[in-house]
Design a binder for this molecule. Structure first.
Ligand SMILES: [Zn+2]
Length: 247
């Protein structure tokens, strides 16, 4: 393939811009905020689960407390009724009195036991409520962290997108200067060889594969016409001669 020396030089400018675009795309894909957000979101999901469990505990304990209070009330009503009967003086037989007094004593013991249960449930309810409040505070902190990381990510992306746009338009300008056949070969090689299709020959070394050319290859390049498009024997990339080539 033949191409004017100047067009071959232009190809190096194009390569530089394409490499910049590749670096920008890589940076956008690997922003540290991406991993940071994933970790925060995982933590948030875990926290949501713990919060659901804690909230369920609270509503279970609310029900348990209501039930325990109802039990106390039932026993209290019966005890009240018994003590009113005792106080009324209407029960006169010694046997009935003894039986009523014994029932009342047993109801009072039962009431005191049930009141213990209420207190114990209330204590657990308070603890569970405290846990919910703690988790909600943790969640608010985590949400703030998520928002902050999201806005940092958006800002970094915006900056990269701005640079990408500028670089793309510069690339379009350079690409327009390069003959179609040379451009097509470059694009094909770029795709084949990890984004680098053309490289300068610098002090006898291909800057595409970093290998030093042997004497016979260097002689072949020395003998080539300036508008010959030469290729690296090692990596097959387009090798562009420059004043620093050492030929
Ligand atoms: Zn090479």
């Amino acid at each position: 393939m033949k191409a004017a020396q100047q067009d071959q030089q232009r190809l190096l400018d194009l390569q530089e811009l394409d490499s910049s675009l590749d670096r920008l795309a890589h940076r956008r894909r690997t922003l540290p905020e991406i991993a940071e957000l994933a970790a925060l979101q995982e933590k948030a999901a875990e926290l949501r689960d713990r919060l659901v469990t804690a909230e369920t505990d609270v509503s279970d304990l609310d029900r348990e407390q209501a039930k325990a209070e109802q039990d106390v009330d039932q026993v209290r009503v019966r005890a009240d009724r018994d003590s009113k009967r005792l106080d009324s003086g209407m029960v006169t037989s010694a046997k009935d009195l003894a039986s009523l007094q014994s029932e009342l004593a047993s109801l009072q013991r039962r009431q005191s036991d049930l009141e213990e249960v209420v207190l114990e449930v209330m204590e657990r309810r308070e603890e569970a409520g405290g846990r919910v409040a703690e988790l909600r505070a943790e969640q608010a902190g985590l949400d703030a962290g998520l928002q902050e990381a999201k806005s940092r990510k958006a800002k970094a992306e915006q900056e990269i997108d701005g640079q990408t746009e500028l670089t793309r338009s510069a690339r379009a300008g350079v690409a327009a200067d390069i003959p179609a056949d040379l451009l097509a070969l470059y694009e094909k090689l770029r795709e084949q060889f990890g984004g680098v299709g053309a490289a300068p020959l610098t002090r006898g070394q291909c800057q595409g594969c970093r290998l030093a050319l042997n004497t016979s290859d260097l002689n072949r390049i020395r003998a080539a016409a300036p508008d010959d498009v030469v290729r690296c024997e090692e990596c097959r990339r387009i090798l562009v001669r420059t004043p620093e080539s050492g030929l």
